[in-house]
Each structure stands twice: as structure tokens, then as C-alpha cells.
Ligand binder design. Sequence first.
Ligand SMILES: CCCCC/C=C/CC(=O)SCCNC(=O)CCNC(=O)[C@H](O)C(C)(C)COP(=O)(O)OP(=O)(O)OC[C@H]1O[C@@H](n2cnc3c(N)ncnc32)[C@H](O)[C@@H]1OP(=O)(O)O
Length: 395
Amino acid sequence: MAAAAAGLASIWRLSHRLRPLQVISFPVLQLHMSRIAMGGSQKDFEMAVNQVKRLKNEPGNEVKLKLYALYKQATEGPCNMPKPGMFDFINKAKWDSWNALGNLSKETARQNYVELVSNLSASEPSSPGKPGAGRKQAGYDTLVVTSEDGITKIMFNRPTKKNALNHQMYQELMAALEAAGKDDSAITVITGNGDYYSSGNDLNNFTDSLQDDIEKSAQNAAILLRNFVGCFIDFPKPLIAMVNGPAVGIPVTLLGLFDIIYASDRATFHTPFSHLGQSPEGCSSYMFPKIMGSAKAAEMLIFGKKITAKEACAQGLVTEVFPDSTFQKEVWTRLKVYAKLPPNAMRISKQLIRNMEKEKLHAINSEECRVLQSRWQSEECANAVMNFLSRKAKL
Ligand SMILES: CCCCC/C=C/CC(=O)SCCNC(=O)CCNC(=O)[C@H](O)C(C)(C)COP(=O)(O)OP(=O)(O)OC[C@H]1O[C@@H](n2cnc3c(N)ncnc32)[C@H](O)[C@@H]1OP(=O)(O)O
């Protein structure tokens, strides 16, 4: 998979090396990008091709394949290459992606390409005009934290690891939430960089626990988890999740503690705890049945059923779903308006809602951590983690 990713990266670079870079000033670029978002002339298309080379955020393989396919369709029309052999993984992925566009017209492909690039550049940290895009805060390696227009944005930033949460990321998230709770922003947004929202707990976190003092490691992990989830229970301001792609494990369970959850239609929600020999956390053992009813919650939390964004919305876990192509633009536009509401009123309302159950949630969090502490020392859990780390199993 790593080789495939490296291969895709080089193909990506090659397939986009078309023309020399044009130097475009930001205001001009902004003007063009807003025109680009509306339509997609040949000139807009060429600008978008150039813009792709300047993206700072790694878009992830799925998006790269989409861009590749749209580019080929826009310039050459329907897929005209012979299908690569089944072990030629990279070319097969590219071929599948291009071929999936069928008879889409060159013009529509050009427009879709331009729109996709416009959305990608809107989510760039340095992109002008985007809420939360400015003033990148120092001190974070695994996150990008920015504050602007009354919005603090905390972005998981390990895209090559599907934004899996390693120990450092847990610590940095706690620090970022602590700071965001006290800063002068009105709302806080959590999202992911790349094609995933987050693939959950970094399974390498367990390698410690599989060494000598398993009991002590499990105890330390339970303390870390309890403190981490506690930060979400106590967070004093409106907390919004922008679920930009698939989510697995703890980033899903925590959603029950957010105030609003907006999801791309590409997002999926998966809590495979039984598969991993583990049990629910993030207060989901209480919040999920409360949100979606016990039967639907059991399907997710006990049987690990993966649900789509549309299903999550129908079950009340997600507030609203947006087409992936307009997700960034639509959500940021809306949040920018919300962030202008009187901040104290929003804060007080949030606390009124939360305070009813705060004590209960802390008790549930402690109990979930207690149970997990023992699960982490079980053979079921050790086998599941070893299977993933030795590349024998993937969800
Ligand atoms: C303090 C402790 C608190 C504990 C709290 C408990 C929380 C419970 C959970 O969160 S349970 C959920 C755990 N997550 C998983 O089991 C997901 C495991 N990952 C996968 O199954 C797959 O990676 C995938 C389905 C998410 C994505 O598959 P895909 O084929 O698209 O991509 P790759 O597998 O090639 O992934 C790219 C690289 O990212 C690494 N990676 C992805 N997820 C994790 C992860 N959770 N932990 C560690 N590493 C992860 C993957 O290994 C690849 O790395 P490589 O390029 O170096 O090989």
C-alpha cells in the first residue's frame, strides 16, 4: 500500500506537469477562483491545472485519482486505454477512476475538475477569504490550528496515515481544545486534512501495551483517554465537526459530544469495536442509543455496521450532508454566518444544554475507560492489533 501510494504520488506529479507555472497574485487568483467556482472555460481549466501544483495540503489518493480521471476525460474524452492487469495496482486504480466517468462530456469534466480544485484550494490553510484559514498557530505537529472570523479551526493533519490519532495527537488536541475554549472565537470546528476525517486510534499506540508492563500501559492509556474525552464533555463553546471523509472508531464516537455535525456525502461512520476486541468509548455507549435508538446503536457499536453519511443523518448522528464537491464552500459560508451571532448567548445556550448531563457523561466516560483498560489486556484485542500491524487485516 505504501508503495502504491508512492507510485500514485509520482504519477500524480507527472500527469500534472503540463505547463510552466504561472505567477498569479492572490487578489487575481481569488477573482479567478470565484469565477472558476461558477463555470469552467478552457482558461479556467488551465488555471485550475496550475493551481493544483500549488496546493499545500496533500489531497489524498482518492482525490488525486478523481482529479486524474477528470483531467483525462476533459483533455482526451472517455477512457481509451486498455484495462491494465489486476496486479498493476496503480494503473488499474487510475484506469478504474477514468473509466468510471463513462461518456461524461469533455466540457462537464472540465467544469467538475475546476470545481473540485476550487474546493480544494478553499480548504488550504493560506487560502484568503476562508474562515479559520489565517493565523496558523505554532506548537502543533499533528494538527493545523487556525483562527479567523470568529472561528477556530482544528484540523487533523496526518493525511498519509488517514489522520490516525497517535499519542502526540491526543495531547495536542487536548491543548488545542483548552486554548480554543478560552480564545476570542465564537465557535470551534474540527475537521480532517486529506481524504479521511480520521481512521481512529493509531494502532501503533498499542505496541507499548504489548511489551512488558501491559497492565501499566493499559492504565496509562485509560487515564489519557478519560482526560481526552473529558475535554469534549467540558468544551464550553459550540463545537462543530466537519466530517470531510470516512471516520473510524473514536472520531465517530466523539460525535455524540459535538453540537453540530456536517458531513460530506463521501463520509462513512464505522465503529468496529468488536472486530478489534474492544468496547465503545467517547460516551457513545450512552449518547448513541440516546441519539439513534438502542437498536441502531447496537448495530453500530456491537456489530460494527458501517453507515453512510446519509444513513447517519437519517439516524440523527449527523446534522446535514453536503455533496462532496460543494462541501467546503457551503459549510464555511454557513459557519461564517453562525460565527457572527452573539458569542456569549451561544456559549450560554450550549452550556445550558450540556450542563444537564455533564456529571452523568463524566461517569459514563470513566466507566467506558475502566472497561477498555481491561479489554486492552485481552487476547482478542492483542490479536486484532497484531493482525493490522502485520498487514494481515484491514477494516
Ligand atoms: C490512548 C488510547 C485511546 C484509545 C481509544 C480507542 C479508540 C478506538 C478506535 O479508534 S478503533 C479504530 C481503530 N482504527 C482502525 O482499526 C483503522 C485501521 N486502518 C484501516 O483499516 C485502514 O488503514 C483504513 C480502512 C482506515 C484505510 O485503508 P486504505 O487502504 O485506504 O489505506 P491504508 O491502510 O494504506 O492506510 C494508509 C496508511 O495509514 C496507516 N493507518 C491508517 N489507519 C491507521 C490506524 N488506525 N493506525 C495506524 N496506522 C493507520 C496505514 O497503516 C498506512 O500506513 P503505511 O502507508 O505506512 O502502510
